[in-house]
Design a protein around this ligand. Structure first.
Ligand code: APR
Ligand code: ZN
Length: 237
């Protein structure tokens, strides 16, 4: 009986909620240069452009609605906890759709679009409004230093130790809607294999690291994730 599930989600789980992915043909990185928009150097060079990019994504995220895949993982968290097990939900996504659909423990390894951080005093705050170079820090009052609390390329992802510990304790690893293109997230399937944990990918198309998974089920997350959850809970063969 599967009791401790480690789920890694990526942009594909939010695609049917209307939020774009990064590496699909119409993805963000096909239209914009990630080095200008998602690096500390890009932010230093043109903070107005970077704020505009994230303000647009923040508004989209707030306007989006979770989909059945988010709901299924929220249900899995509740049901496994009732059975004395656990769902460890690690997401690369910076939207809050998992939380809005009821997931209580979400580990955002790439940070959160709906939080901001002051580079002058380090204060972090929930943030749903636009950010600009004039936005004053709610703590130290200085403006010009507020940034989205997201992890850019070249920066250290968050909660890595917690993630590694959870991976070692899992008895099933599932990746949903991720291309397996960005490390360390893309390497978690190899770690799971090394721990002897069964690995499953639920994706629209084969991920870059598809060969590492024992099984891949192709399809839309809004269909494959609910079916997966029913299987784990013994409601479907
Ligand atoms: N259902 C399931 N999977 C889907 C769906 C869908 N409806 N739509 C797209 N996908 C899959 C695509 O086939 C692709 O494999 O989701 C994956 C999205 O891949 P990416 O766009 O690369 O997103 P992700 O893997 O989350 O990117 C990882 O890269 O740019 C950084 O920080 C950013 O967190 C992001 C990281
Ligand atoms: Zn400050």
């Amino acid at each position: 009986m599967t009791r401790n599930v480690f789920a890694l989600t990526g942009a594909g789980i939010s695609a049917e909620s209307g939020l774009g992915t990064f590496r699909d043909t119409d993805g963000a990185w096909a239209r914009f240069d990630p080095m200008r928009l998602a690096t500390p150097e890009g932010f230093a060079a043109d903070p107005v452009l970077v704020h505009e990019f994230y303000n647009h994504r923040r508004r989209d995220a707030l306007a989006a609605a979770p989909n059945p895949a988010h709901a299924a993982l929220a249900r899995l968290e509740t049901e496994l906890a009732e059975r004395g097990g656990r769902l460890f939900l690690c997401t690369q996504n910076i939207d809050d759709l998992h939380e809005r659909e009821g997931s209580r423990h979400v580990v955002h390894m790439h940070g959160e679009l709906l939080r901001a951080r002051c580079t002058a005093c380090g204060t972090e705050a929930v943030w749903h409004d636009d950010l600009t170079v004039e936005t004053p820090c709610p703590h130290c009052g200085r403006s010009g230093g507020m940034r989205p609390d997201v992890v850019w390329f070249g920066e250290m992802p968050k909660h890595l130790d917690t993630i590694d510990e959870a991976l070692a304790e899992a008895d099933l690893f599932v990746a949903v809607g991720t291309s397996g293109a960005v490390y360390p997230a893309a390497g978690y399937v190899a770690q799971a294999r090394a721990f002897g944990i069964p690995t499953l990918a639920l994706n629209l198309e084969a991920a870059d690291n598809a060969g590492m998974f024992e099984a891949t089920r192709l399809g839309r997350a809004s269909e494959t994730v609910p079916a997966f959850v029913e299987e784990v809970l013994g409601e479907r063969r």
